[in-house]
Design a protein around this ligand. Structure first.
Ligand SMILES: [Zn+2]
Length: 474
């Protein structure tokens, strides 16, 4: 098999004079990042130790090579990852493979049944942190996965596709009848409520619209079997695991389901699917207008995963394959201010801490936010928030390090100089939710200081930088 690839590559190279485009190469591999039992699961309001592995967690890695430039795209089964995890993994990749750190994108899926890689050993808001043992392990495994994908580089054809799957994405921020709005942890009344409860009779309307579009990039051996499909859907996560299980949520199940749908021999390297999170900070899988019956553990995530995989698989039949794709990347770290905490809020936090009894194992919202705002107030004024553009032929991917709102991804798609554009979130860091300025006016969970950690203009600054970088690589 290898001789065949080398021969094919050589014959294409010989004709380089009359075919100026270099052939595209692609390779994909996975690296297991499952934590030890007992690690603290991070998706709930309070952490709890994991007692079982329902399905393994992976760093899924895709490497592309146009003959001059290599890109690596990595999606990890994690709630998110601290900037320092990405920095460490990309430094290893650059040292060991020569792929520049700026050409590597590493993002988390936002599975809630994973162990914490968001923060370091010290709680607080820092651009750079010492890594925990698990974070070091994840960084090492990401770099190994990229190296394994490089070992599998082979001639490839590329295609882009989209498919709208509106049925699984619902906006979770709602206007309620005014007298039905509860107090927020700071003792104020917001204009919208996050997760107001399915079938709540006080529902008026959602605060925005979800993004139903799945974008995908497919790679296959020339005329042959699939190498990889990199996809993105703006669905927060599905959830519904059993007890204190570790699971990759629907993201991992989607990858398995798409794999099962492929026909063709099992010889040769395995097909690798990746499902990145699009922009889903305000959209989840709960149908608030039409409540769905309660499901057994894993039932709903399997249903979503298999439905999405079958729709992506069906649209693969209609794509146009190309044998070249010039590659480019731009990576910038923006100086974005941490959310300002005014003295009145600090006074509220101190007062709340003084008067609230602490009960072990019981979450108390005001007490939790009292801690968060005081830690946020101690952060250095600005952070180094990374944004990145990847150009893959006529396709453009923009990334943010936050839980980005659906409308931001839609705006990027409209304003990008590339007709085939999409955005992914939770790349190169975890800075909490990033509402657009108009959502700060509405309030709600995602805008509270401590769930939102960056200045209200962050989404505008990131969009501007992304569009500038996209124009540079056009
Ligand atoms: Zn979230």
């Amino acid at each position: 098999m290898r001789y065949f690839f080398l021969a094919l590559f050589a014959s294409v190279s010989l004709h380089a004079a009359d075919t100026p485009k270099a052939p595209l190469m692609a390779g994909a591999a996975t690296s297991n990042i499952t934590p030890e039992l007992g690690g603290e699961v991070v998706g709930g309001f309070l952490p709890y130790p994991c007692t079982n592995i329902h399905d393994e967690l992976h760093a899924r890695c895709l490497v592309l090579d146009d003959g001059k430039t290599k890109l690596a795209l990595v999606v990890c089964d994690l709630l998110g990852l601290h900037r320092s995890v990405s920095t460490t993994a990309r430094a290893l990749i650059e040292q060991e493979t020569g792929i520049p750190a700026a050409n590597v994108v590493i993002s988390g899926t936002h599975t809630h049944s994973a162990v914490n890689t968001l923060g370091g050993p010290v709680r607080g808001y820092f651009s750079d942190q010492e890594l925990t043992d698990y974070q070091k392990f994840v960084a090492r495994r990401i770099a190994d996965g990229v190296r394994r994908a490089i070992h599998l580089l082979r001639p490839a054809e590329i295609a882009f596709g989209t498919v709208d799957v509106p049925e699984h994405v619902h906006i979770r921020r709602w206007f309620l009848q005014e007298d039905k709005m509860p107090l927020n942890p700071f003792g104020k009344i917001d204009k919208v409520k996050m997760n107001p409860g399915a079938g709540n009779p006080a529902l008026i309307k959602p605060a925005s619209e979800p993004d139903p579009t799945i974008s995908f990039i497919a790679l296959r051996e020339p005329g042959g079997r699939l190498i990889s499909v990199y996809s993105a859907y703006s669905l927060h996560y599905v959830g519904g695991v059993n007890g204190a299980d570790i699971s990759a949520d629907y993201y991992g199940m989607y990858c398995e389901a798409l794999n099962r749908l492929q026909t063709g021999g099992s010889d040769g390297p395995p097909f690798v699917a990746l499902m990145a999170n699009g922009t889903s900070g305000d959209a989840n899988n709960i149908n608030f207008r039409n409540p769905q019956p309660r499901k057994k553990p894993y039932e709903q995530m399997r249903y979503v995963a298999e439905d999405v995989a079958s729709k992506v698989n069906a649209s693969l039949a209609n794509v146009t394959w190309q044998n070249s794709a010039p590659l480019a990347a731009r990576y910038r770290e923006l100086s974005i201010a941490w959310r300002k905490i005014d003295p009145a809020l600090i006074a509220w936090a101190k007062e709340t801490e003084a008067k609230t009894p602490r009960i072990q194992g019981k979450a108390d919202l005001p007490l939790s936010y009292a801690g968060r705002v005081q830690r946020l107030a101690k952060a250095s004024p600005e952070t180094k928030a990374a944004v990145q553009i990847l150009r893959i032929g006529d396709i453009c991917i923009g990334t943010t390090p936050t839980e980005t709102f659906a409308e931001t991804g839609v705006e990027f798609r409209k304003r990008s100089p590339f007709a085939k554009s999409f955005m992914i979130e939770l790349a190169h860091g975890y800075y909490g939710y990033m509402p657009t300025p108009r959502h700060f006016e509405l309030g709600g969970y995602e805008t509270w200081p401590g769930t939102n950690n960056l200045e209200p203009q962050a989404s505008v600054k990131m969009m501007d930088a992304l569009l500038e970088m996209a124009a540079e690589v056009k």
